[in-house]
Design a protein around this ligand. Structure first.
Ligand code: HEM
Length: 415
């Protein structure tokens, strides 16, 4: 097995305590150079996985290679999230297999083809006006207060609204939906005091709400004709989701579309505040390339994992059937083989083949166009309504998480 003597003994690339302080970029750089596929030892069975660790894949090319070969690297066997010690039992992990992120072809292909109907360029364009109004209202309400926490004032709200808008949740139900969604994430951070029971209970309530939406469409198609839920569930047969499947899809949206976009926006704002020349450039030119650089810079999802279905080799390293392979997007997005001066925040960077939305292949982020739209709308509203924004206080407070690069507080003066 490959070794990397320069890393401290016991260093774990999914240790939430590490991410509470920083993304381990120097450690990733070390691995890219010395052991690009490195065995991260963990005590046996710590995270519900019956093994003694996982491979850390750090180079851009190798993350792409694994992502595009689902027959060799499964999302289903151990699911896609690398968890940290003691976090989940094997049963709880197995329940997660019902969501698309954790399926392999051909099941994945069937579900993905159906849900893709809700994410066509036309469907996303149709949300644009409503979301622009929302973004402007969110920013205006915050700036009226003069100063505050950018994360809760601004970054949290639009991603929640976007998902609610996408699946047509009525206004009066949105507070409840937002509450459940928020309780399902951030379980690693003790500050939120979200116990496993609260998380599970919130997920159950959200599934049940979504299933009720689906049932209503099945019972009375005429009343809801043409809305997105109807397009996914209403007609019988192969080409549609049943109400359970729809319920799990909404759970996935709440997890995959929420904190990811929130953190891209928060990191993006912090990057602009600490790189005033880039904020100047954005305000003056609004380059189309900015949103992609914000996602590369933020890389909100640090890692996902796959499990080898047979003995194989990656970058010269032997991998045995059943071993887990971690795809470290944060490392790939800082790989100097692909990005010139990766440590520079450069909103004009073009091309920008970052892997923040995944390394390609069947699971590539379904919500990418929606996320890019949301990021553009928020920063355009900020540049129009709060161009003089500045940092107040000590800088970002980071989320404690095993796999998200999160900011939970960023104090600002809105100018
Ligand atoms: C900046 C924001 C976002 C980031 C960084 C992000 C990142 C990712 C990543 C890394 C993956 C896994 C790719 C893979 O395994 O190859 C993924 C999958 C996914 N994302 Fe996103 N995402 C974002 C926003 C969204 C939004 C707004 C939605 C929907 C509302 C969404 C829905 C999904 C879904 C449904 C999947 C699973 C796709 C599948 O399994 O086929 N994401 N995303």
């Amino acid at each position: 097995m490959s070794s990397c003597p320069a890393l401290p003994d016991g260093f774990d690339f999914t240790d939430p305590d590490v991410y509470q302080e920083r993304v381990p970029l120097p450690e990733f750089a070390l691995l890219r150079e010395t052991a690009p596929v490195w065995w991260n030892r963990q005590p046996r069975g710590v995270a519900g996985f019956d093994d003694e660790g996982y491979w850390v894949v750090t180079r851009h090319a190798d993350v792409k290679e694994v992502s595009t070969r689902p027959e060799l690297f499964s999302s289903n066997l151990n699911t896609a999230v690398i968890r940290f010690a003691g976090h989940m039992s094997r049963d709880q992990i197995d329940v997660q297999k019902l969501i698309m992120l954790n399926m392999d072809p051909p099941e994945h292909t069937r579900v993905r083809q159906i849900v893709q109907r809700g994410f066509t360029p036309r469907a996303i364009r149709a949300l644009e006006n409503a979301l622009r109004e929302r973004a402007e209202r969110i920013v205006r309400e915050a700036t009226d207060r003069g100063s505050g926490d950018f994360v809760t004032d601004i970054a949290v709200e639009l991603p929640l609204q976007a998902i609610a808008e996408l699946i047509g949740v009525p206004q009066q139900d949105r507070t409840r939906i937002f509450d459940w969604s928020n309780k399902m994430v951030a379980y690693d951070d003790p500050e939120y005091a979200i116990t496993e029971e609260i998380g599970t209970q919130s997920a159950a309530e959200l599934v049940s709400y979504a299933m009720t939406m689906a049932e209503a469409r099945k019972e009375c198609p005429a009343r809801y004709a043409g809305d997105i839920v109807s397009r996914l569930v209403a007609a019988e047969g192969e080409g549609n989701l049943n109400p359970d499947e729809f319920g799990f899809f909404v759970i996935l949206l709440a997890v995959a579309g929420n904190e990811t976009t929130r953190n891209a926006i928060s990191h993006g704002m912090h990057a602009f505040l600490t790189h005033p020349d880039q904020w100047e450039l954005f305000r003056a030119a609004r380059p189309d390339t900015a949103a992609e650089e914000i996602v590369r810079w933020a890389t909100p999802v640090v890692s996902f994992q796959r499990t080898a279905t047979q003995d194989t080799e990656l970058a010269g390293q032997k991998i045995s059937a059943g071993e887990r392979v971690g795809l470290f997007y944060s490392s790939a997005n800082n790989d100097p083989e692909v990005f010139e001066d990766p440590h520079l925040f450069d909103i004009a960077r073009d091309p920008n083949p970052h892997l923040g939305f995944g390394g390609g292949g069947p699971h590539f982020c379904l919500g990418k166009s929606l996320a890019v739209l949301e990021i553009n709308l928020i920063f355009n509203a900020m540049a129009d309504l709060a161009p003089g924004i500045s940092l107040a206080g000590p800088g970002p407070r980071r989320l404690r998480s095993a796999w998200l690069n999160g900011i939970k507080e960023l104090r600002v003066d809105y100018g």
